[in-house]
Design a protein around this ligand. Structure first.
Ligand code: NAI
Ligand code: MG
Length: 346
């Protein structure tokens, strides 16, 4: 038996950090089935060569994989005919309905509780991102309208994901983020549906120990910056979740540290939250830790928490010791040095 992992480095520093994550997975040893890697293409570069940012072979090959790691794509700032973001398309093709982003600070001493330890669970398929926009001419000029879709089905499954994650965490708390004081129908449905998850018959009391909180999105951002320690699992519709998860990432220093996964009940794709970083591309100084942590998070979702913990501990040690760090964290080391340091800790 092997663990089949699709590797999609895509563009820019994705091609520098995904190979590092691969090396870490190879070093795990017998805690996981022997990984078998499937190199796959997506992104701006392959679009320029072939006219497709997400070749059909990539999607088909992923359907045969247990999981995947995605690097980053470079998106053109101008509108390019025929180009659309492969990451958005992949979420859709594979119905990766949850975007899960843990934001954790490294404690000063091993074993101490980190000051910040929260996870943003973002609904990944609907809200304003259904991209149903239209523009109409009126006697007062043009008017642009967008549809914001919130369904019970999507709210329920993201709610379940949030409760399930909370169950595995010490504080067992879910905070529902919404704006139902203003958007009483759409956000109202989201809030009400997530709140009702623990009472679903099929859940059978599984989430009774989870504490439910809620917070209006604007004050949630305010409190996130002032007292991030009050949050455990934050669950939000797509747009609020997108903004909240980037804001939360700012709390722990560098983009080069924060991992994520895109998940369905059947598939999981790890993805560092940073982009392709054209300013440092090819210099060998990209921080590989976000990609390495994404590989650990992927393993967690695949049901291998012990090796995931080992990877996270190795990364924490390297950060805590502070001797081998890339320039984004104030160090002078290279991607390879940091990878070597993590491998040594493993
Ligand atoms: P970015 O995340 O690529 O870079 C922002 C800043 O953070 C840069 O100064 C970069 O050098 C630094 N940085 C990012 N990751 C780093 C790492 N691992 N180690 C050290 N430094 C790191 O965001 P930016 O510059 O806004 O976007 C660049 C390109 O990436 C654009 O084409 C954008 O569309 C794309 N992008 C793709 C994403 C994805 O694939 N999910 C997400 C964000 C941006
Ligand atoms: Mg974002």
């Amino acid at each position: 038996q092997s663990l089949k992992i699709g590797l999609i480095p895509a563009d820019g520093i994705g091609k520098e950090v995904i190979p590092a994550a691969k090396k870490v997975l190879e070093a795990i040893g017998s805690d996981i089935p022997k990984p078998e890697f499937v190199p796959l293409l997506a992104g701006w570069e392959v679009f320029q060569r072939t006219g497709s940012a997400l070749p059909e072979e990539t999607v088909e090959a992923l359907k045969e994989c247990d999981g995947a790691l995605f690097g980053a794509v470079s998106s053109p700032t101008r509108r390019v005919t025929g180009y659309s973001s492969p990451i958005v398309a992949l979420r859709k093709e594979l119905d990766l309905y949850a975007n899960v982003r843990p934001v954790v600070s490294v404690a000063a001493n091993p074993g101490d509780k980190p000051a910040i330890d929260l996870v943003v669970v973002r609904e990944n398929t609907e809200c304003l991102y259904v991209k149903q926009e239209q523009i109409v001419s009126t006697e007062n000029g043009r008017e642009a309208r967008a549809t914001r879709l919130i369904t019970e089905r999507a709210s329920r499954r993201i709610g379940k994901m949030a409760f399930e994650l909370a169950l595995g965490r010490p504080r067992k708390q879910v905070t529902i983020i919404h704006k139902s004081n203003v958007l009483s129908l759409t956000d109202g449905l989201f809030r009400e549906t997530v709140r009702a998850v623990p009472r679903l018959a099929e859940v059978n009391g599984r989430y009774d120990s989870v504490k439910i909180e809620e917070q209006i999105v604007d004050s949630a951002v305010y409190r996130l910056f002032r007292e991030p320690q009050i949050y455990d699992v934050m669950v939000a519709p797509n747009l609020y979740g997108d903004i909240l998860s980037d804001a939360a990432a700012a709390l722990v220093g560098s983009l080069g540290l924060v991992p994520s996964v895109n998940a369905s009940d059947k598939f999981v794709m790890g993805e560092p939250v940073h982009g392709s970083a054209p300013d440092i591309e090819g210099k060998g100084i990209a921080n590989p830790l976000a990609a390495i942590r994404s590989s650990a998070l992927m393993l967690r979702f695949l049901g291998y928490p012990a090796p995931a913990d080992r990877i996270d501990r190795a990364v924490d040690q390297v950060i805590r010791e502070g001797e081998v760090l890339t320039p984004d964290l104030g160090g002078k080391s290279s991607t390879q040095d940091v990878l070597d340091a993590v491998l040594k800790k493993l």
